[in-house]
Design a protein around this ligand. Structure first.
Ligand code: RIB
Length: 303
């Protein structure tokens, strides 16, 4: 049983700075590097490194970035048969600034991720036949995200939606989602409630459940995660690690959650896997490069 990811593949252009710039300000940075990223591809790498048979469906450009991004996914064991190289658009990129405390800002230019259309849904439908979990995010056109969720439900596949970057969701999409995983700011955008802590996360989760999702997990970074269903709710305590770069920690969380559920782990264990993977991703620079491997995860889980 596999995990399928339908989403973005980006090249990340990362600058490391002492602090994030203010509007109109020029700063000198300390370092620059390019590295494979994209919320979809990051989640695919996280799932594959933790042991899932993982298929990615998406698009890159027919350019140097596109070839590098496909090769890198394949090296990590992701099945890239569903990742097309599009002649009409360049590969997606993300301009990322990371400060000395590990906090970041990200600007994404979707490029080929924005050209996904119904033909990609055909490849997705093939991949869903023997899948257990579908991972979705919002860096590809939202109507296709909705169509993908609809297809997954037809195949009885669990849909996990990372509502990032945050934007209003069509009402139909909420009802197709099994697990919605906003972070603090995404939960605030979706509900209008300023989410700061467990209590405000619980209020936001209640609103999202009313919209029709089956479960909500509000990721609160170093403060852990709050989860709720219509019948139950709980808290996942954080793992204590030395964080240097929070980029893609949420992607590690979702990839690990998918792998744990696809391999039959129970809900509470899957949540611990997700929290541990998210924490480990903050201990290394970069996005896909920071996705943890199974042995690292097991060490943290048993600590
Ligand atoms: O979640 C982190 C990712 O967001 C980066 O890799 C970047 O490409 C953007 O998609």
């Amino acid at each position: 049983m596999s995990v399928v990811v339908f989403g973005s593949v980006n090249m990340d252009l990362v600058v490391e700075v002492q602090r994030l710039p203010l509007a109109g300000e020029t700063l000198l940075g300390q370092n620059f590097f390019t590295a494979p990223g994209g919320k979809g591809a990051n989640q695919a790498v996280a799932a594959a490194r933790l042991g899932s048979h993982t298929r990615m469906v998406g698009r890159v450009g027919q350019d140097v970035f596109g070839t590098t991004l496909r090769d890198s996914l394949a090296t990590d064991g992701v099945d890239i048969g569903g990742v097309e190289q599009d002649r009409s658009a360049p590969s997606g990129i993300a301009a990322i600034a990371v400060d000395a405390a590990g906090q970041n800002t990200i600007v994404v230019v979707p490029g080929a991720n924005g050209t996904l259309d119904e033909t990609d849904l055909v490849r997705l439908e093939d991949a869903l036949v023997d899948a257990r979990v579908l991972l979705l995010q919002l860096e590809i056109p939202v109507p296709l995200v909705t169509a993908a969720a609809r297809a997954a439900r037809r195949h009885n596949v669990t849909v996990i939606l990372d509502p990032a970057p945050a934007q209003p969701l069509p009402p139909e999409l909420y009802a197709l989602v099994n697990i919605l995983t906003p972070n603090q700011s995404e939960a605030s955008t979706l509900t209008g409630i300023p989410v700061r802590d467990r209590e405000t996360a619980a209020r936001a989760a209640a609103i999202l459940l009313e919209h029709g999702v089956r479960s909500v997990i509000v990721k609160l970074g170093a403060d852990g995660a709050y989860w709720a269903t219509a019948a139950d709710a709980g808290w996942v305590p954080p793992f204590s690690v030395a964080a240097i770069d929070t980029v893609a920690a949420g992607d590690a969380f979702n990839g690990a959650l998918a792998t744990a559920l696809a391999s039959g782990r129970v809900w509470n264990e899957a949540l611990r896997w997700a929290a541990a993977a998210g924490a480990l991703a903050t201990t290394k620079p970069g996005a896909q490069a920071a996705m943890p491997r199974l042995d690292e995860l097991e060490v943290l889980l048993s600590s």
